[in-house]
Structure formats: structure tokens, C-alpha cells
Design a protein around this ligand. Structure first.
Ligand code: EPU
Length: 415
């Protein structure tokens, strides 16, 4: 596993252009077996994207890439997902819906992904069964078949992003109408629906808790640009705040990050919003926020919780963070404490943070993607040099982080 070496103390300043969203491109790629051909623009080149491309090629979707563009051409589909590739990524579970829909069968392993505590797929399986799939689990693999998916009304017990996407992928070619109740409302789900509608699907209500999908016979070619990554934008805003910096962040959808802008304004940052650009200027003293609690969109995103924890660890005052989505998204707290932070874990989801004046560079390890981004944030703000192990976690979800940080004055290199 590789390392980042970061010497803290430089203010980030200048501009960063945000890439296409990881959590939007992965479901769109999972939809490609349903579509005769497609051209996808603004694709971020990440290890999870590379892994998904390998899955697509294995199952019979021909992919060619050029810069940030992917072209796909569906061939004869073979609905078996390689065990090691499913295990690498949580989003491999989305091939359940798309291949059941495209082929009427799929064999897939339990998905992997960042270790954020229990991440069961029980609701995915239940939802596929509601649409008419038969699913048998044997030796860590799922064998799924259907005599034909049929539309149904499905009220999801948890507002799950992946379950909402999987139902959409399965229902898009199913017979009749599917209604999803208590759907998740994340912008990445809207991006998937916009892509599918551009290919001829009939989906409405995305972005609300009620989504309606009327099955169509087939989906045709389209070209589509992936939305910009709101979590990446938020991460660089927090890095600017943590280093006393000043950044213009380009290619941002301002509406997607309102909750982050509001949080940073409360810490004392100046935030200015332009068309697709956000400007952030950090104050001399950052103030803590008394309470931050994660929840599904449009509320505070779990994917920005670890970076916010790093920021609160150097803000003036006391804050409490409550993680409501993932029971295991806490490992960055242990690593931040090695750098001199004062974070008490009340339980695996609740953190009491007393801001310290300065963190100190040392050797720490990333244990998941956003936890890794939190450690980079802390290291950029810290005194001295920090070595962060396991940089591969960060590269699952951030495109070219080293050049983006270096170009804005951060002292970061890789080993
Ligand atoms: N859940 C179940 N059973 C299921 C499915 C989900 O109990 O069958 C639970 C999960 O364990 C979790 C909650 O439902 O406690 C919500 O999880 P959700 O299904 O919404 O998450 P996901 O679809 O697996 C996506 C993103 C995550 C992001 C979450 C929440 C992708 C590829 N991943 O995961 O992104 O944190 O939504 O917004 O879209 C990241 O980018 O770092 C990341 C982890």
C-alpha cells in the first residue's frame, strides 16, 4: 500500500476544478448493460471506475476510454460477476438490478467496499424479490433469476441510496409501473435517472421520496455528462478552511453543497457563490459547531463527516458529531488523536471534540476513503510532517488529489 507524505503549514490558495462524481458515475456505469451504446463525459478516473470497467468488459459490454470520456457498446451479455471484483466495491451490488433486468439472471458475490461497519444487502435482496426475482445465497455468492420482472409498489424501510438505484435499474425495463416510496433523494440518484431517461426510460419523481418508473421495452444510445462531485467539492472547501486558505472551487453545483456552505459560514469562513464556482476564505480563528449530525440528502452528508471531524479538531471550542448512517465510520478519530487531536468517542457513532491549537505531524493510516481525506486535511493544517499509510483508499474516490493539492500550495507527495 502507498503513502502520502505531507508537510503542513501552507495555506491552500488558488483554484481547483472538481471532477465528475464517483457516486454518480458508478451507478451510470452499472446501467450500461441496459443500453445499446453510450458516450459518458466527465468520468473521474478512479480505482473504483477502473474496477467497474473491468466488470463491464467481463460481462460483455465493450468499453473504450479517452481522457475523461467512456464509450460503451453492449455485446452478448454474460451475467456472472467475478468474485474478486464484486468484493472490491460496494457498488458492484448495482449489477444485481441491471443484469436481472437485462438478462433475467445474475450471479454475484456479496459486495465489498470501505469498511464502515455493517453494510448488509438485505434490503437490496428484498426489493429485487418484490419485483419478481428469485435469489439463492450459497458460499458467499448470490444466484438470482427471474421469469420476468414486474412493476410493484416498494416502500423502502431505510432511505438507502443503493437500494433506490437498484430498484430503478431493475424496474426500468420491467413490465408495468414501479413506485418507490421513501426513496433516497441524493443528487447522484437524479443523475442516474436523467441518464436513463435520456436513453428512453420513463422515470419521474426522482429527487423526491416517491419515484415512479414505467417500464419501457428497450433503451437506446445517449451521450451524457456526469454531475460534478459534491463530496470532492466539500472536501476541498474544508481543506481550505483548515489551512487558513482561500480557494476558488470550479465546476460545482452550488445547490448540492448548501449544507456544507452553511456549516463553514458558521465556523467563520467567507463563502461566495457564483454560477458554478464557489469561493471560500478561511478566518484567522475557526469556530467549532456545537452539534453536527449526519442524515440522508438534503441534510449533512455522512461522506463529509470525517473531514468535518478533522476541521473541528482544530477549531476553537467544543463540538459533538453524531454519525447516523454508518456504525463504523469512526476510525479517523483514532488516527487524528495520534496527531494530537482531543476526540472522545462516546460510542461508535458519537464524538466529542475539543479543538486544539495545532495538530502535530506523525505516522497515521487511512482505513477508508473519507477517513483518508480527513487525515490529509489534518496533515495539511498540522505542524511538521505526516505520513499517511494506505493512500489507495483515497484514490478510490478522489481524482488526482496530489496534483490538485500541490497546485494550490499544499506540500504533498507520494511514496
Ligand atoms: N442498508 C441496510 N441494508 C441494505 C442496504 C443499506 O441496512 O440492504 C443500510 C446501510 O448499512 C447504511 C444505510 O442503509 O446504514 C444507508 O446506506 P446506503 O444504502 O444509502 O449506502 P450505499 O448505497 O451503500 C452510498 C454511497 C456511499 C454513501 C452512502 C450514503 C455509493 C457507491 N456509495 O452507499 O458513499 O456514504 O450512499 O450516502 O454511492 C463514499 O463515497 O465514501 C461512500 C461510502
Amino acid at each position: 500500500m502507498g503513502k502520502y507524505v505531507i508537510t503542513g503549514g501552507s495555506r491552500l490558495s488558488g483554484e481547483i476544478t472538481v471532477s465528475g462524481a464517483k457516486n454518480a458515475v458508478l451507478p451510470v456505469l452499472a446501467a450500461l448493460p441496459l443500453v445499446s451504446s453510450a458516450i459518458i463525459y466527465n468520468v473521474p478516473f478512479l480505482s473504483d471506475v477502473a474496477n467497474t470497467i473491468e466488470i463491464l468488459e467481463d460481462i460483455g459490454v465493450k468499453i473504450s476510454t479517452e481522457g475523461n470520456i467512456i464509450r460503451s457498446e453492449r455485446g452478448e451479455l454474460r451475467p456472472v460477476i467475478d468474485y474478486s471484483k464484486s468484493c472490491k466495491m460496494r457498488s458492484s451490488v448495482l449489477f444485481l438490478g441491471s443484469l436481472l433486468s437485462a438478462c433475467g439472471e445474475v450471479e454475484i458475490a456479496y459486495p465489498g467496499g470501505c469498511a464502515l461497519g455493517d453494510r448488509p444487502i438485505d434490503i437490496h435482496i428484498w426489493a429485487m424479490e418484490r419485483l419478481g426475482a428469485e435469489i439463492r445465497a450459497e458460499n458467499d455468492r448470490l444466484y438470482c433469476t427471474t421469469a420476468g420482472l414486474k412493476g410493484a409498489e416498494i416502500c423502502i424501510p431505510i432511505q438507502s441510496v443503493g437500494v433506490t438505484e437498484n430498484i430503478i435499474l431493475a424496474a426500468v425495463l420491467a413490465e408495468g409501473v414501479t413506485v418507490i416510496k421513501n426513496a433516497a433523494r441524493e443528487p447522484e440518484i437524479c443523475d442516474l435517472c436523467n441518464f436513463l431517461n435520456k436513453c428512453g426510460a420513463d422515470i419521474s419523481g426522482h429527487g423526491t421520496v416517491n419515484i415512479r418508473i414505467k417500464g419501457v421495452k428497450s433503451l437506446h444510445f445517449c451521450s451524457f455528462a456526469i454531475m460534478s462531485d459534491r463530496i470532492e467539492a466539500a472536501t476541498y472547501m474544508i481543506m481550505a478552511a483548515a489551512t487558513g486558505g482561500e480557494l476558488f472551487i470550479r465546476n460545482v453545483n452550488i445547490d448540492h453543497i448548501r449544507v456544507i456552505s452553511a456549516m463553514l459560514r458558521k465556523t467563520g469562513c467567507i463563502i461566495k457563490e457564483y454560477d458554478k464556482t464557489i469561493y471560500i476564505e478561511a478566518p484567522d480563528t475557526l469556530y467549532s459547531l456545537p452539534y453536527i449530525s449526519t442524515a440522508p440528502y438534503p441534510y449533512f452528508p455522512t461522506d463529509v463527516q470525517p473531514q468535518t471531524m478533522a476541521l473541528m479538531s482544530i477549531a476553537c471550542g467544543h463540538s459533538l458529531i453524531k454519525e447516523n448512517i454508518f456504525s463504523g465510520r469512526y476510525k479517523q478519530a483514532i488516527e487524528l488523536n495520534k496527531m494530537g487531536a482531543d476526540i472522545e468517542m462516546i460510542d461508535s457513532r458519537t464524538f466529542s471534540i475539543r479543538g486544539v491549537k495545532r495538530l502535530k505531524g506523525t505516522e497515521v493510516s487511512a482505513w477508508d476513503l473519507r477517513g483518508g481525506a480527513a487525515l490529509i486535511t489534518a496533515a495539511l493544517a498540522a505542524e511538521g510532517t505526516t505520513v499517511i499509510n494506505n493512500r489507495e483508499f483515497v484514490e478510490r474516490g478522489y481524482e488526482a488529489p496530489v496534483s490538485k493539492i500541490r497546485n494550490t500550495g499544499g506540500n504533498i507527495s507520494v511514496l
